[in-house]
Design a protein around this ligand. Structure first.
Ligand code: MF3
Ligand code: CO
Ligand code: CO
Length: 262
């Protein structure tokens, strides 16, 4: 298989799916507080997605048991919602993927319960900066390694590390398709971007070392050293002269469409 180039009709469906995934993250905000369980958050997201005519793509995906991923504190990604309640000071990545009219929208953001520590706040901010710096570079003719190197440099400049075992991905009618999007590496390497490609960028940045450990449940990924981890994710479309952020939320200070004209 090679990297798919979306037709105008497919792009419209990717826009609709991206918008719904972003809406889920906007809708859930007021529910994120101490005392709420991640299973309750999962149920609210599940119902919202189904009520809007879509399917939560994680549910039963390779056996994943829930509809969203909730990754708290030292969980890197793929946390399974459960009956444990959120508590003051927790940080949580909520990762939502919807399949609407046959096409996927995949996005995640960090939530903080009450007041985060200075360290947590800084990790969350720098991780979002990594994502935004990468998005702002995306245009036809560049390579995935060009923004991967920028992500790695920004994270490491702050004393953080980039998780290597998990990466971003092409997306469309298939949840995870080509290309693989690494968040570390070397400029000038990787796949060449072309108009009509859709992929995610979703850096996982650890406050400590980069290494991860898979829990016995087969899903939950932890930092090996138990340091905090943060992640943000957007689904993107490569346009003729830049990028469109298909999962943009209203709380973000980022243009939906970025054009690089000279
Ligand atoms: N949404 C995740 C991603 O960004 C994948 C979750 S797959 C699951 O690619 F099975 F863990 F839900
Ligand atoms: Co993804
Ligand atoms: Co995701």
């Amino acid at each position: 298989m090679s990297i798919s180039i979306k037709t105008p009709e497919e792009i419209e469906k990717m826009r609709a799916a991206g918008k719904l995934a972003a809406d889920v993250l906007e809708m859930i905000g007021p529910y994120i507080k101490a005392g709420v369980t991640t299973a309750e958050i999962d149920k609210i997201c599940h119902d919202y997605i189904v009520d809007h005519g879509a399917v939560p793509a994680p549910l039963n995906y390779h056996g994943f048991p829930k509809s969203v991923c909730t990754s708290l504190n030292h969980v890197v990604c793929h946390g399974i919602p459960n009956e444990k309640a959120l508590k003051e000071g927790d940080i949580m990545n909520l990762d939502v993927t919807v399949k609407l009219d046959g096409y996927h929208g995949d996005t995640s953001k960090m939530f903080v319960v009450g007041k985060p520590s200075i360290l947590a706040e800084r990790l969350i901010r720098v991780t979002q900066e990594c994502l935004y710096m990468a998005i702002k570079m995306v245009k036809p003719g560049m390579r995935t390694g060009d923004f991967a190197a920028v992500i790695q440099k920004h994270a490491e400049q702050h004393g953080y590390s980039v998780v290597r075992e998990y990466c971003g991905h092409g997306i469309g009618a298939i949840f995870h398709e080509e290309p693989q999007i690494l968040h570390y590496g070397t400029a000038g390497t990787g796949d060449l971007l072309q108009p009509g490609m859709c992929f995610t960028i979703e850096p996982m940045i650890n406050a400590g070392k980069r290494h991860t450990k898979l829990m016995r449940d087969g899903w939950t990924v932890l930092t090996k050293d138990r340091s905090l981890s943060a992640q943000w994710e957007h689904t993107l479309l490569v346009t003729e002269d830049g990028v469109e952020v298909l999962t943009l939320r209203s709380d973000e200070d980022l243009p939906r469409v970025i054009r690089h004209t000279s």
